[in-house]
Design a protein around this ligand. Structure first.
Ligand SMILES: [Zn+2]
Length: 764
């Protein structure tokens, strides 16, 4: 593993490294965002105490303890972990309690999958124990692999292979004359969020859905398999939720309200996020005989995985799939610990990670959860020295994240009014591995994120996290290719110029979603990754303490770095003289998104014209191999001009308002304000992001109200920025694009209004 790291640094020129390093020094000289010069030194001292308090021995012991039994929702060990954490928080001086909710959480009663026909095969659907792994499988309470919220059923039908099971795959199948109506589809993991696979299968008329891990994406293709190496062994299965969280996250039966015992509930039949067809996840050992049995057209190159077979599309022999679940309500145990602010008790800094996993959950989520606990312990120790945070700290350990962000969503919905009045920020983490710092979130926190990255040391190289990020950006920026090329170019440009490195935007897939996208609270997700040669344990019974400490983060060094990084975010926010935001970062980012939308529409327009020409000239038919006939794509209507003007104007005004506000805003300026005016300013800033919410929400999903950040309807976890407009353009719904350009412009203008108001309070 160290070889990888050396190779990366060695390929970077010394001059570039010097540039990367010197910017850290510049950032430090510029002072501390949100602090007056007089208060910054004491903050530095506290952060050094935080660093010293974080102990890898603690992290290791907690991981071993919490990952010692299965901890899915409803498991005794999941509850036991919650109660144990509660005691820890209390012992560290926090005011802590457990909040419970009652949620729909199906667990398998029976599952079976059989290949019928000339070469029958019964799928094993079982992950055997692995030599040298203390927990791995076969422990009491470990459930067989399953997909939570699939539809149950007993079906027998011919099998069809649909590649990743994403929209483009179905288009390609149609052009080859393969129809999935009445069939059972088998899709490989990858290409988009898991939950879209059964959803799109049922939309296309399939009666059942099988998802398997192909070794090309997840197995021996990329590294040795467990236990020799970290990758998925043949029997390893990725469990997961197919709850349609693109509509709303949380308990499927209680959208918009907390799932308390007496909450009004939808029925299972009317809950729109539940799948209707049976679905099951399987290993590549179980998938091999199924795929091998398929006849029909040869799969095109982009459909081929890494199994030792020739991939065909089918339809193949009959398959029998049956799934039956226990659909009873199960309890959730959210641990909530608070430390009251001494100056601003009604400004809350909320920090969260989840504690439930699919089986033992060492990497996902406990690698992040133990870091959160290390922060809480360190902050408790600081409080014992007489220090008190100025703002209230709320540390949360969520239950039920894996099935669909249940614990965080129900809590956020239950306390929505209070959170919208009081929460100033939500800071999330989840599973991490060794590698680079990765921060995504609200872009007014981009400056703070860069500042903190410049203050924390990378545990393996000894340089700062920011120096490593800059170095990587310079190296990757040499010749970027692939889907991320534009993003990489942007990072490289920022790194070369010494500006702030951009942070990513948040889609979904972890507990920030209800805060950011439903309540409009500025949010961050902080993690590490990109160097552990792993992922092979993801959502399987092999996500264990032994696997994690051998491959993902030996010595728990990156869990410790996470605690030091997020602990700083929390402490800076807790103690700042003025909220540590820089809205110029947000204004620039929004301007960039609007530019992208123009390009997206232009590209769609040009492509429509050139494709129409090719179709009308008969080019698709003539270019196809006559032995393998392939139909032409469907003709699409011409792309009209999109009414971007309101959005262009709003983005330009936002830039001006942000610059004007930021010029007047500093910790010293805020400290000099009369008390009442300062309170008014803080109120305006605290809720500024709520201006980005539109109460009617996004088309077909009113729960998602943030007009800047949302998970994509067709990407699942992946973000769509300015989603109302972007998804309308991508879906060629032109009237909707015009409408949302106006709605989004209105939200951005409302945000600018708040900045103007804040600037007036500062300069009056
Ligand atoms: Zn997780």
């Amino acid at each position: 593993m160290p070889l990888r790291r050396l190779a990366c640094v060695a390929s970077l020129s010394l001059a570039a490294l010097a540039v990367a390093m010197s910017h850290d020094a510049i950032a430090q000289d510029a002072g501390m965002l949100g602090f007056t010069a007089g208060h910054a030194a004491a903050e530095h001292t506290r952060e050094q105490a935080l660093d010293a308090s974080v102990s890898t021995a603690d992290l290791d012991a907690w991981l071993l303890r919490m990952a010692s039994g299965p901890n899915q929702v409803g498991a005794p060990h999941d509850r036991d972990n919650a109660e144990w954490q509660l005691q820890q928080f209390k012992a560290w001086g926090w005011d802590a309690h457990i909040e419970t909710f009652q949620v729909l959480y199906p667990t398998p009663i029976s599952e079976s999958l059989e290949l019928l026909g000339p070469h029958p095969y019964t799928a094993k659907l079982h992950e055997p124990a692995v030599v040298g792994d203390r927990t791995s499988a076969d422990m009491p309470g470990v459930l067989p692999p399953y997909l939570a919220y699939q539809g149950d059923g007993d079906v027998t039908a011919p099998l069809v292979y649909v590649n990743f099971g994403m929209p483009d795959d179905y288009k390609a199948l149609a052009r080859q004359g393969v129809d999935v109506r009445g069939k059972i589809v088998i899709a490989r993991y990858g290409g988009g969020w898991r939950g879209l696979k059964p959803k799109l299968a049922q939309q296309h008329g399939a009666v059942g859905c099988i998802i398997y891990s192909d070794p090309h994406e997840d197995g021996y293709y990329s590294d040795d398999i467990y236990p020799k190496g970290p990758q998925r062994p043949p029997e390893g299965v990725q469990r997961g939720s197919v709850n349609d969280i693109i509509l709303y996250s949380g308990d499927p039966l209680t959208p918009g309200v907390g799932a308390t015992a007496d909450a009004k509930r939808l029925t299972r039949e009317t809950a729109p996020t539940l799948m209707k067809i049976p679905a099951i996840p399987i290993s590549y050992a179980d998938a091999l005989p199924l795929l091998q049995s398929l006849g029909g057209p040869l799969a095109e190159p982009s459909f081929r995985g890494a199994l030792p077979i020739t991939y065909h599309l089918g339809p193949g022999p009959m398959v029998h799939l049956a799934v039956k679940s226990d659909w009873s309500l199960k309890p959730l145990y959210d641990v909530v610990a608070t430390m009251k602010g001494s100056e601003h008790p009604d400004q809350w800094v909320v920090r969260g990670n989840h504690h439930d996993g699919w089986v033992f959950g060492a990497e996902d989520p406990l690698s992040g959860q133990v870091a959160l606990m290390a922060e809480a312990k360190a902050i408790g120790q600081l409080a014992k020295t007489g220090w008190k945070p100025k703002r209230t700290l709320v540390y949360t350990s969520w239950d039920g994240e894996e099935p669909g962000l249940l614990g965080s969503t129900e809590w956020a919905e239950q306390h929505a009014d209070e959170l919208q009045k009081k929460a100033v920020v939500y800071i999330n983490s989840d599973n991490i591995d060794r590698g680079f710092l990765r921060v995504e979130g609200s872009h007014e926190l981009q400056r703070l994120s860069n500042e903190i990255a410049g203050d924390v040391k990378d545990p393996e190289t000894g340089v700062t996290l920011l120096a490593r990020q800059r170095a990587r950006a310079l190296v990757e920026g040499q010749n970027p290719t692939g889907a991320r090329a534009d993003e990489i170019r942007k990072e490289a440009k920022a790194a070369a110029s010494g500006g702030d490195l951009p942070i990513g935007a948040l889609g979904s897939g972890s507990d920030y979603t209800p805060f950011l996208q439903h309540l409009g609270i500025a949010s961050l997700n902080v993690g590490f990754g990109g160097e552990a040669p792993s992922g092979g344990e993801y959502h399987s019974a092999y996500d264990t303490y032994d696997h994690y400490t051998r491959f993902d983060d030996p010595g728990m060094k990156y869990s410790a770095a996470l605690a030091r990084t997020v602990g700083r975010f929390v402490l800076r926010y807790a103690d700042a003289d003025a909220a540590p935001v820089d809205v110029n970062g947000f204004a620039e980012t929004v301007g960039g998104y609007v530019d992208e939308l123009h390009k997206l529409a232009d590209h769609a327009r040009e492509q429509t014209v050139s494709r129409e020409k090719a179709i009308k000239a008969g080019a698709y038919t003539l270019a196809a191999d006559p032995m393998r006939p392939m139909g032409a794509p469907e003709l699409e209507a011409a792309v009209p001009p999109v009414a971007f003007a309101p959005l262009d104007q709003a983005a330009a005004r936002l830039k001006a308002s942000a610059a004007h506000f930021q010029q007047a805003y500093s910790a010293d300026a805020v400290a000099a304000l009369p008390t009442a005016r300062r309170a008014e300013l803080e109120k305006v800033l605290q809720s500024a992001d709520q201006a980005l919410m539109d109460p009617a929400g996004l088309p077909g999903r009113p729960w998602y109200q943030n007009m800047i950040y949302a998970p994509g309807m067709e990407t699942g976890y992946g973000v769509k920025t300015v989603p109302g407009v972007r998804e309308a353009i991508e879906g060629r719904r032109w009237a909707e694009a015009d409408h949302f350009a106006e709605i989004t412009a209105r939200s951005i203008n409302a945000y600018s209004d708040r900045l103007d108001k804040a600037a007036a309070l500062l300069t009056r």
